[in-house]
Design a protein around this ligand. Sequence first.
Ligand code: XIL
Length: 345
Amino acid sequence: MRNKTYLLLSFVLVHWGCQETPSILIDKNLKEVATFPIGLAVQANYLTNLRYSKTVLEEFNSLTAEREMKQNVLMPEPNTYNWIYADSIIAFAERHQMRVHGHTLLWHSSIPYWLDLFQGTDAEFETLIKTYIQTVVSRYAGKITSWDVVNEAFEDEGGELRNSLFQRRIGDDYVAKCFQWAREADPDVLLFYNDYGLVWNKSKCEAVIKMLDDFENNNIPIDGIGLQMHISDNYPRNSDIEKAVDLFVERGLKIHFSELDVRVNPNGTATELTQKLAEQQFRKVKAITEIYNTIPTAQKSGITLWGLRDNESWVLAHWGNLDWALFFDEKYERKLAHQGFLQAF
Ligand code: XIL
């Protein structure tokens, strides 16, 4: 009975009065208030749009290629590199003194078609991957501050290494080898392991921690961890995000909230971004930025938004329903989510 009264009381407090009502209090750009790099995933062709690039320059100080530095784009045919798109993003960043975080040297979802069909021996495959990684890292040495070396190497269930082409051809130590190859190619670039689900998937998180232990025991270089942060307004819980962040902070790694978007329509029932949904998104963005703010300064490598405008977000095609996961609407207007970030400082 006491429990029920308590629940009722907290429900009343939260819904009538004691929960902060978001409003636009601060008229600033993200980069004006952020005490760490604030990044955006861009596509090269978007940057040629003046309205788009103006917003990017006003709000952000770090860039990541949403697609253009993935292996299927950089090496579309055997022995053939296509640098055009990646170079244009680097050139834009250089012109405007922006940081570049590289994404991603290896990912099971961006394997070029011809590599899947590769007929050579395992040793030849390994040499090809080593050469690929070292060619890309060397080309952008001094221009790219940090690289996601391997993306999403673990299965969702059971804490196993993902059964990928790289794992099958090179073996279970392929992740460690990739970090060593990247380090050989550039002694200064920061090396990150990037994945999703590390906050809510216990077996995956444990597998990554075990990998970090192995790296430490075998002197494999790694500087940071990217927590992808494709989240929803109601999931995962803030307390779980805090716990995961603490785990990686304790290990002395740099922490990147690497691919932030906050879905508000995960079950597909909404047909528009209502005030209520926008407010829920505000609260989630504010909460996770507050969590990020607790990380020691030297371990903050930044927060990267996975897209600028709601209508450009990958979540639309990926999940197949309407959503408004980003900080800007289709008209480049700032949303309450943008304000949520500002109010965390
Ligand atoms: C996505 C891009 O947003 C899409 O445009 C592309 O077609 C596929 O990749 N996790 C990652 C990112 O690490 O590279 C993915 O980006 C989104 C999920």
